[in-house]
Design a protein around this ligand. Structure first.
Ligand code: FAD
Length: 495
């Protein structure tokens, strides 16, 4: 344990991670801390990261963020899930929606077992018909606000989001310093960080440093040499081209993830434009071909030159090392398929605030933080690999994904589902049972059995209950306003 009391927090980097950390720390602990954020306009931010998951809503509530204002300022649209197109084979499509599928009955078996029994008996329709969010997404309808019956997240403009958070943070007391960090000072005995030295010669001293410098990982890696655990043996993609285009239609309330011969393409519709990107594996597609493929696929005029982003999938061996805590891309990156990075920044910041080390940094606390970060990242990693691994596409990239070794933890989950359709969400797991079920079934797993509880229902009862659920969902969706109407009424951005 360091005896040094912690009151001066220095945030290196002003991308999404840096400004999320600044906004949350100043909101929750402002009067107890002296917070400085250093960022370099010249270096800029990664400029992507525009699709989120519903946990963002709760985080924003804790920060006292007014939803319509936030959505207006970031040109945000609503997101009810992700449509996966061509993942098992060309022409295939399934949905990973937010919210609950079916209804949790008073039986001790998950809903999908009842649906599987119905399938076996020849009725019940598709699983998609039991998700309110999925049906609303397909009908392009959304209800907004705290009492909304649907679970939703946002598509947002990453640059505007950082700006929005900055405008909350500075008036609340965060000091922003513009400039390039050229050197990081350490205590010669302990190796703890003591100050950032900027190119201008300015010295920014601190007790706790948050490394939010993106892939550069200036503090946690370049200075502390913490080490990186590479997951390239499990996830093959290593590059992405991103381009923004003019909107040619009303935004749909879901992200599209469209598989191609060597990766996948995203389409994220905002109010003022569309974010597009092509994720690929450079062993199977050259950057020139990937760029052209993206430009050929987008609808609407490109607003910028496509930008190439190269990445390594994996995690820092320790997210927290000495008095430096890495957030965002500096802490690691799992490719963006399930839009989880911004969520991981928020949970890390929340955990820091919940156990803020005012009296000094303790080893037990650091160990606990790192164990939680690892658990979270590995859970997301397994879920992402699942999409790639279970495919029936015939291109060499997909063949490699299908035959690659997978983590034991994922192999066990797949086997459990194959045997008896069992899926689970352990405590601290991000993905719900319904998430696993949708993707496992979507990627073509056919469970050999399922729970038999449904057979205890009187004859005709299962059919009747399922029919009522489907009818209830379709009625509820018909009563919802169109996504475009909700955007116009609730949070229309000015331009
Ligand atoms: P950056 O945005 O790179 O910010 C780094 C900051 O550090 C900048 O302000 C920079 O100026 C500063 N900096 C660096 N070096 C110095 C220096 N020497 N001196 C001063 N300042 C410095 N996440 C999601 O949740 N959803 C998505 O849909 C999604 N899609 C993604 C798609 C791709 C292709 C990639 C690569 C990532 C995606 N992510 C997504 C992840 C998401 O973009 C990041 O988690 C998020 O933007 C946070 O980035 P960051 O703040 O860590 O880094």
């Amino acid at each position: 344990m360091t005896e040094k009391r912690i009151s001066r927090v220095v945030i290196a980097g002003g991308g999404t991670a840096g400004w999320i950390a600044a906004a949350a720390l100043v909101k929750q602990l402002g009067p107890l801390l002296d917070i400085t954020l250093v960022e370099s306009d010249e270096i800029g931010t990664v400029g992507v990261g525009e699709s989120t998951i519903p946990t963002s809503r709760r985080f924003h509530q804790l920060l006292g963020i007014d939803e319509p204002t936030f959505m207006r300022e970031t040109q945000a649209s609503f997101k009810l899930g992700i449509a996966f197109e061509n993942w098992t084979h060309e022409g295939d499509r399934y949905f990973h929606s937010f919210g609950q599928i079916g209804r949790q009955a008073s039986w001790m078996a998950d809903f999908h077992h009842f649906w599987l029994e119905a399938q076996k008996q020849g009725f019940g329709g598709s699983l998609a018909e039991y998700s309110l969010e999925l049906q609303a997404a397909e009908a392009e309808r959304v209800v907004a606000g705290p009492d909304a019956p649907v679970q939703y997240a946002y598509h947002l403009d990453a640059t505007l989001y950082a700006r929005f958070l900055r405008h909350l943070s500075e008036p609340a007391g965060v000091r922003r310093v513009e400039g390039k960090i050229s050197q990081v000072e350490q205590n010669a005995d302990t190796g703890f960080l003591t100050a950032l030295i900027l190119e201008s010669g300015e010295r920014v001293e601190g007790d706790l440093f948050l490394d939010c410098t993106g892939f550069r990982a200036l503090l946690i890696e370049q200075t502390l040499e913490t080490g990186f655990e590479d997951w390239g043996r499990w996830i093959s993609t290593d590059s992405a081209f991103a381009v923004q285009t003019e909107a040619v239609a009303s935004p749909v309330p879901y992200t599209r993830a469209i598989a191609h011969q060597a990766g996948w393409r995203w389409k994220i519709p905002l109010q003022h434009r569309v974010g597009n990107g092509l994720v690929f594996c450079s062993d199977f597609l050259s950057p020139d071909a990937a760029r052209q493929q993206l430009l050929d696929a987008v609808e609407g005029k490109p607003l910028i030159e496509p930008r190439l982003i190269r990445y390594r999938t994996g995690q820092r061996r320790k997210a927290w090392n000495k008095n430096c805590l890495a957030l965002g891309l500096a802490s690691g990156f799992i490719e963006p398929l399930e839009s989880t990075s911004i969520h991981l920044i928020k949970t890390a910041v929340t955990r820091l605030i919940q156990a803020f080390p005012f009296a000094g940094i303790g080893e037990a606390q650091v160990a606990r933080f790192n164990a939680q970060a690892r658990h979270e990242m590995e859970g997301v990693r397994d879920f992402i690999i699942l999409h790639y691994h279970l495919n029936s596409r015939d291109e060499p990239f997909w063949e490699r994904c299908r035959t690659m070794a997978i983590p034991d933890s994922l192999a066990a989950r797949i086997a459990l589902f194959q045997e008896g359709a069992q899926a689970y969400q352990a405590s601290d797991d991000l993905f719900r049972v319904d998430s696993w079920v949708q993707v496992l079934l979507g990627q073509g797993v056919k469970p050999r059995g399922h729970h038999q509880l449904a057979r205890l229902m009187p004859a005709g009862e299962l059919d009747r209950v399922l029919g009522e659920l489907r009818a209830g969902i379709s009625k509820a969706v018909r009563g919802m306003p169109l996504h475009a109407e909700t955007l116009a009424r609730y949070c229309r951005a000015s331009s």
